[in-house]
Design a binder for this molecule. Structure first.
Ligand code: ATP
Ligand code: MG
Length: 576
């Protein structure tokens, strides 16, 4: 018997001030989660049921794909992270701590090190490969901006799987099995999702895909094309046509005053040239060096591409003071000519074809016009650093790309030998030679997916759960809990549904119907059965769907069959 009155359901009308997105607001209001500290939440009984259902779907599909479940520790020794090189590189997202012996540990944000250490101690031969290990476990990442409730928490639940193989073919097979499993998982949750190409960082070479739940409030931008091309904007490429006529006689280079005109649009308007003719110079700082990155004035730099091109661990725009010290001018007047040698120059493809262009003069309130590659300065090393925009030509077919937003719920990645080499996770092959194992890793956010499901399934009154993730399948509501006949009919229906394994939450509270219906809408359980009042007097119970609210009164004796038929219509396998 799961009675509302005993199930610790505390709904509230108050919208927490830090809840920017609807899923976060609704999860708090419906009593699914409770904040303990920034990015750290208690999963309340209702919320935990949905999270557990998500986990069960993931577990089912992982098992079906041949992955094997284990559970690794949350607390990890620093030595493993030093071996992989990530103790230095991971930065402040890694929560570090010391034990009583002053030994260093971290709370795991991910488990490549731990699983690689495990496997190198157990596996010796190609005959013991391949396999894929997974867990559903609590991670901690000290996110710079925890927000959106479970969507970007600091403590959160992730399914992480790690495949180990002897050959590239075995990696390809594991990757494909995971790709299919992820599709099955998100389809089982009834989510609208897409798979896109993702950035592989400085590891390079190998492939990586992200699964995005389509949502306006998503933190990720994705480009897509009807031809099937889809990519995270961090990774997206385009065929950009040169915007300026290539054949043009070189003009004389001149310095011109541009007082207070520090932005590209302002400079272009002031000089009466299109922004495409301006070269924008951005000064960045990495852990190794300062960098001046050039891009056409109407376009933006993709900082992920830039970081990869520089093989840097960290990248950020240099501070105003540093820009002034390096360029000798205020922000907005930097240019590629005459910069100190300590600055490394790199240019996006978009500036390659420019003639007679405008750029900052590295001098207060001054720009240069009529600048040309070769004559005035050599063309710096060129790379694709472009942030793709809506309408850019698709790299595959040339059609205009579309830009949309999504919530990254899963990420699959061919790691190759990055960790197995660094941590000497080796095996002997058929010829007796020792080689590093070939790995893949596959992450999926359990809480984030539940939040994403709400982001996609709600209305003005509350959550509209897709059946597979709903905390309960049926909400049984009594209109007058004190009435004996009402209680008798409801109790019996509850007992019979329960006996068939249907998950029923029984709102037996002695509350006004208005209060109970408001709560029912907020909590969003898919099927609602109301017992009492006029309909019961007529020998009927009222059944409705949360999604369309269409009500139907059925004779009490047919209530059970009607509920089963509706659940079956939603795809639930119910007992005959
Ligand atoms: P993001 O770019 O959103 O920070 P990530 O690339 O750091 O994600 P991964 O390291 O690939 O994420 O983690 C695997 C999965 O774990 C993600 O696809 C996401 O579903 C989930 N996840 C990552 N960070 C968080 C977080 N802070 N809160 C909740 N879920 C998260
Ligand atoms: Mg992250």
């Amino acid at each position: 018997m799961t009675r509302w009155s005993e199930f610790y359901v505390h709904t509230t009308r108050e919208v927490p001030s830090d809840a920017e997105v609807i899923s976060h607001q609704l999860m708090v209001r419906a009593g699914l989660i409770k904040k303990l500290a920034a990015g750290i939440y208690t999963y309340l009984p209702l919320g935990w049921r949905s999270v557990a259902k998500m986990a069960a779907i993931v577990r089912r599909e992982m098992d079906a794909a041949g992955a094997v479940e284990l559970s690794m520790p949350a607390i990890q020794p620093a030595e493993l992270w030093q071996e992989s090189g990530r103790w230095q590189r991971y930065g402040k997202e890694l929560l570090r701590m010391r034990d009583r012996h002053d030994r260093e540990f971290c709370f795991g944000p991910t488990h490549e090190e731990v699983v690689t250490d495990l496997v190198r101690r157990d596996v010796r031969s190609y005959r013991q490969l391949p396999f894929n290990l997974y867990q559903i476990q609590t991670k901690f990442r000290d996110e710079i901006r925890p927000r959106f409730g479970l969507m970007r928490g600091r403590e959160f639940l992730m399914k992480d799987a790690y495949s180990f193989g002897a050959t590239e073919a075995q990696l390809d097979e594991a990757y494909e099995a995971m790709r299919r499993a992820y599709c099955a998982i998100f389809a089982a949750c009834k989510l609208e999702y897409t798979m896109v190409e993702a950035d592989t960082g400085t590891i390079g070479g190998s492939s990586s895909h992200e699964f995005m739940v389509v949502a306006q409030t998503g933190e990720s931008a994705v480009v897509s094309c009807p031809c099937g091309y889809g990519a995270n904007v961090e990774k997206a490429e385009s065929r950009l046509a040169p915007a300026v006529a290539a054949e043009e006689a070189p003009e004389e280079r001149r310095a011109v005053p541009t007082p207070g005109k520090s932005s590209v649009p302002d400079v272009a308007a002031f000089l009466g040239v299109p922004p495409e003719r301006v070269v924008k110079t951005l000064i960045y700082e990495t852990e190794k060096e300062f960098v001046a990155a050039l891009v056409r004035g109407d376009r933006e730099i993709n900082e992920v591409k830039l970081q990869n091109a520089l093989a840097a661990d960290h990248l950020a725009l240099a501070s105003e003071e540093k820009v002034e010290r390096l360029t000798g001018a205020a922000l907005g007047f930097a240019g590629p000519i005459g910069l100190p040698a300590e600055l490394r120059l790199i240019a996006d493809e978009s500036v390659r074809e420019l003639r007679n262009f405008v750029c900052g003069a590295n001098e207060a309130d001054t720009h240069l016009v009529g600048v040309n590659w070769g004559r005035d300065l050599p063309l710096p090393p060129v790379a694709d650093l472009l942030l793709v925009a809506a309408g850019d030509p698709c790299p595959r077919c040339g059609a205009p790309l579309q830009l949309s937003r999504g919530i990254e719920v899963g990420h699959i990645f061919k790691l190759g030998t990055k960790y197995s080499e660094a941590m000497r996770c080796h095996f002997t092959d058929e010829t007796g030679a020792e080689r590093p194992m070939i790995m893949g890793c596959y992450g999926l956010g359990i809480g984030r997916t539940v939040a994403a499901a709400i982001e996609q399934n709600h209305d003005a009154d509350g959550i509209v759960w897709p059946l597979p993730l709903a905390p309960f399948e049926v909400l049984l509501v009594t209109l007058n809990a004190a009435d004996e006949e009402t209680r008798r009919v409801a109790d019996e229906l509850h007992a019979r549904l329960g006996a068939l394994g249907i998950e029923v939450l029984y709102d037996d509270r002695d509350e006004r119907p208005g209060v109970k219906f408001k709560d029912a809408d907020l909590v969003g359980i898919p099927l609602r059965v109301v017992v009492g009042g006029k309909s019961l007097a007529a020998g009927q119970v009222e059944i409705s769907h949360r999604r369309d609210r269409a009500k139907e009164a059925v004779p009490v004796a047919e209530g059970l069959q009607s509920i089963l038929a509706r659940l079956a219509a939603e795809g639930r396998k119910t007992p005959a």
